[in-house]
Design a protein around this ligand. Sequence first.
Ligand code: FES
Ligand code: FE2
Length: 448
Amino acid sequence: MNAPQPLVRWPDPGTSRIPYWAYTDPSLYQQELERLFYGPHWNYIGLAIEIPKTGDYQLRWVGERQVIMVRDRVAPRDRDTDHGIRVVENRCAHRGVRFCQPPMDGHTGNARSFVCPYHQWTYKLNGDLAGLPFKDGVKAAGPEGECVHGGMPTDFDLSKNGLTKLRVAVLHGLVFASFSEEAEPLEDYLGSEVMPWLDRIFAGRELRLLGTNRQRIPGNWKLMMENIKDPYHPGLLHTWFVTFGLWRADQKSRMVMDRHGRHAVMLSRRNDGGANKAVTEGVTSFKADMKLGDPRLLDVVPEPWWTIDDPSNPGTPITPTVTMITLFPGLIVQQQVNSLSTRHIVPRGPGEFDFVWTHFGFADDTEEMTTRRLRQANLFGPAGFVSADDGEVIEFSQDGFRQWGEGGATLVELGGKDDDVGKPPTEHMVTETLIRSMYAYWRRAMGV
Ligand code: FES
Ligand code: FE2
């Protein structure tokens, strides 16, 4: 990556204060699109199982650019080396039209090729330009016999006028893409600290798609990343977590970050909930006598894959019940007991983002387990018993930043003022270390 020119001056050398303008400045946001989403990073696109058959496609986003994730034809001899998944920009090479429209039912589309409606330029599934009308002009009878009118210049080269092709990398069925030639290989990008936690959920497993929901949240996109790097709030904001012991300060937890500070894993082990003076006294979201009308919502059944050899203490097993993985810039992978989902953050200007949830299980799940995962998914999504709270506080955060304007800053000092990048994981949750570390990376990548 070329060293970016400084954009603006940060008021303090560290990241224990985040200026409000980092969430509200429109020109800074444009730079984020260029340097982060279109720069040398890997962006989550979707799950390979969302396009099971040749020609299946889904419209997705990298920053504010719409892309097509499509399954291309692959010759039998190449099937071991080519996953067949292509990601191309949904923008015609002729006059820039966003030519591919969402399938009418909103589900997966299927195409033999892509044809732009405007002048019918036709593209192969891999984005190559296959042909265009009147490339060689039109033959007509003239005064001196037959002649050719118009057409493309003789040096027009089909192979140089295809769609923009993104680099694609598929890890355990998760599809990522990058506009940049400079992004390092995906596994290096994700890093050895985070990989064991992705392997734990995905390695060697076939996924089963359970459903999606989406919402638009009126806050800056980074606030959602921060929310899932913030272990302080869940046991305070969320009645469900503190009351039923899904996430609270008296649990055994760990905060892992990659060597750059940009990705993270918050992991923790559920306890029995109920009152514990140290963490519930005075906490207004703790409702001692709250009972579930339908206890099946928390019918938690431990699964063998939850236990792995502890990457920090090899030879010792570790069994978290929740792992919240944030992959910069826009993906969250979540396991909360039996519920699993990806959450994709799609920026929509400095003050808004789309949040797309994809709930999944495994192909070999029993029907009973599938129903259980779906029931527990009620905690998440736009109206989730837990996640609705997060959407709302993110909106309130953006409102607060906007009303003050220049000169204000958030305070991120829980657990110290350092960004802790390069240090061993923190073995508790009373810390904002992962937020500080993300901004240490963000400042470097943005030149702020
Ligand atoms: Fe797409 Fe002309 S703009 S074919
Ligand atoms: Fe939350």
